[in-house]
Design a protein around this ligand. Sequence first.
Ligand SMILES: Nc1ncnc2c1ncn2[C@@H]1O[C@H](COP(=O)(O)OP(=O)(O)OP(=O)(O)O)[C@@H](O)[C@H]1O
Ligand SMILES: [Mg+2]
Length: 506
Amino acid sequence: MDSQRTSTDAALLQMENICKEFPGVKALDNVSLKVRAGTVHALMGENGAGKSTLMKCLFGVYTKDSGRIFLEGQEVSFKNSKEALEHGVAMVHQELNQALKRSVMDNMWLGRFPKVAPYVPLTSDKKMYDETKKLFEELGINVDPRTIMSKMPVSQRQMVEIAKAVSFNSKIIVFDEPTSSLTEEEVEHLFRIIDMLKKRGCGIIYISHKMEEILRISDDVTVMRDGKWIATRPASELTMNEIIKLMVGRELTNRYPPKTNQIGDVLLKVENLSGEYSALRDVSFEAKRGEVLGIAGLDGSGRTEVLETLFGVAARRSGEITLDGKKIKNANPGDSIRNGFALLTEERRATGIFGILNIRENTVISSLKKYRTGPLLNQKKMVEATDWCIKSMRVKTPTQETKIRSLSGGNQQKVILGRWLLTEPTVLLLDEPTRGIDVGAKYEIYQLILNLANEGKTVLMVSSEMPELLGVCDRILVMSGGRLAGTVDAKTTNQEEIMALAAKYV
Ligand SMILES: Nc1ncnc2c1ncn2[C@@H]1O[C@H](COP(=O)(O)OP(=O)(O)OP(=O)(O)O)[C@@H](O)[C@H]1O
Ligand SMILES: [Mg+2]
């Protein structure tokens, strides 16, 4: 046996010198990756580094321009995802792509419906139900297979997607940012599933921007930058700072920009805010000009509901809102926007992106008024605004005319954030503003938030990342069981105090 062959045999999956070019972008430039059986291999890199593209080349979604892929020593080249799945390679995509009007089990079996009997062109509902139920029990997923997808929260839909990938009995499973929409409990659940898969001898490829996760579950780490392979190391030899340095290409001394915002008088007063259909109860608080007010709490504590009820997307049972001394209604999103509010939702990938429109169109769409001169839109101003957005957040794109759907996941997020910043809101409501965004770009986003505060605007920001709240906010509201459990000063509080408040009404 020649030595070439032996080295290939050692790895369950080996990708060698993969190249892939899109118009104007060299997405992958000679990238190699080796995944061992029974291990988790983390793939890290800034937004647009090429992580998803590499995985899509493996999975047959994209055709690589050159390079070779070996699965258990055999060279493979999948033409589509069906072929990949048949060969034991499954992938949980960054963007969920599910048939929302169909049931959970329909989604599980899409493209491989079981027949009632061989050669009979009827699918067996019973078999689908039984098999799905069995798998869910095995994985500890508590979902009725007959539930219609659209009736479930995104996090549960994500768990279904994960179960589906597992159901193919795959040897290689790719998780592309699987936890960005999962609750903390579900993250733990996923990690248990991953553990089980490792024991079965699967090779797991895991993509995430959450450093803590990476250090916790991975065995090997590969870092990419600008479409190139940078390093592969055992996770045990790496620290968070070393990974960041490899990703960004320089030392990142500060994770948070210096705070220079001046806090003024009360701008927003909210009294007895309660939800009609949510558990939100009698939340009252004030926010000042120039203040960044954080909202902390566990999943389901009502964090998101505060923003949504205030903005009028979620029905309100009670609540008085005073802006700048004047009573306002914020009866619906349109009304809130007229009152100077803007809301960046948590599920922006599902609700915020106009995929077939280009970046400029996606950027200016909520502030078109500003570019109107008579019946015409001022093209030059729109180009300038988009340029500002691309530069200030370092959106990685060849042009403004590029379709937003061809941007990497994190870069799409930046465009949507830019869209709301351009509406020049008086009160900016942000739900998990840095989710899916790499460490370097997070800094830029914090800076933009603080710039707004510096201009005397008020920012309300929900985040599940406590260091982020402590690093960016002035005060933090802590929600618990739909109620406001307390308000803390970010300068003097600590994680323990916030956790204790978050558990107050649970
Ligand atoms: N279908 C496509 N058409 C054109 N360009 C694309 C396409 N898919 C990806 N790209 C480009 O390839 C580069 C790599 O993108 P990719 O999605 O792989 O990044 P990523 O590392 O997954 O980033 P993120 O962390 O933001 O998800 C980006 O510049 C992106 O704009
Ligand atoms: Mg990606």
